[in-house]
Write a protein that binds this ligand. Structure first.
Ligand code: PLP
Length: 228
């Protein structure tokens, strides 16, 4: 039962090391604990060990956990969102990391209005251009944001990406750097309803490189709930 607590300690030490290397502070980094392999007991253990943000891949699974675990934690959707699930997603999530189409943004806006909230979202960017990945192409992000900025019930808070698999951690660095540069470029345009507060990038295998390149939200699953 001590495993998760210990895993979290290891992750936090690595976060500290990576931030020091990049002349940043560990407090800048928000840790999203991604629960796709975890049981309720494990999630409870993570929460009691200090986890504040839970990351979910599927709306249905989040619905089941939400009622059991609904304490003062934040719920983030990190997995792909289908338009027909938006209605439920709105009721659960404080932030949706995976907005990648106008149709989806429009539905989030509509359902948020009905539910009486404004939803924080990140735009998922396919930096690597892999066909198997969700996300908007980097050069399409600015025109996309110009359209979504008209939706009053959506607050764009930043960008998210998933790096390609790589043997060598250094191979993913250019993708993280590119997302950071894109976010800086967008920030400088001061678009209506668009903030670039968060860069959600970095998972168990690559979060240290992501932090060195400017991530301030990292999404860790196996590093917390798995075994290494
Ligand atoms: C599973 C998942 C993660 C966590 O991945 P690990 O390699 O287990 O840390 C992060 N982000 C997304 C979108 C995921 O699907």
């Amino acid at each position: 039962m001590e495993t998760i607590k210990n895993n979290l300690k290891i992750i936090k030490e690595k976060i500290k090391k990576a931030t020091l290397k990049a002349n940043r502070y560990p407090e800048e980094i928000k840790l999203v604990a991604v629960t796709k392999t975890a049981t309720i007991e494990q999630i409870k253990e993570a929460i009691s060990a200090g986890v504040k943000i839970i990351g979910e891949n599927k709306v249905q699974e989040a619905k089941e956990k939400y009622h059991i675990l609904s304490t003062d934690i934040e719920w983030h959707l990190v997995g792909h969102l289908q338009t027909n699930k938006v209605k439920y997603a709105i009721e659960i999530f404080d932030c949706i990391h995976s907005v990648d189409s106008i149709k989806l943004a429009e539905e989030i806006d509509k359902r948020s209005l009905q539910f009486g909230k404004t939803t924080n979202v990140l735009v998922e960017v396919n930096v690597s251009g892999e066909e198997t990945k969700y996300g908007i192409k980097p050069e399409k992000v600015e025109p996309f944001l110009k359209e979504t900025s008209e939706f009053s019930r959506i607050r764009v808070r930043g960008l998210m990406t998933i790096a390609p698999m790589a043997e060598d951690k250094e191979d993913v660095r250019p993708y993280f750097r590119k997302l950071r540069e894109l976010s800086e470029e967008i920030k400088s345009k001061n678009l209506k309803n668009v903030k670039m507060d968060y860069l959600s990038m970095g998972m168990t295998e690559d979060f240290e490189v992501a932090i060195e390149e400017g991530a301030n939200m990292i999404r860790i699953g196996r590093g917390i709930f798995g075994f290494h």
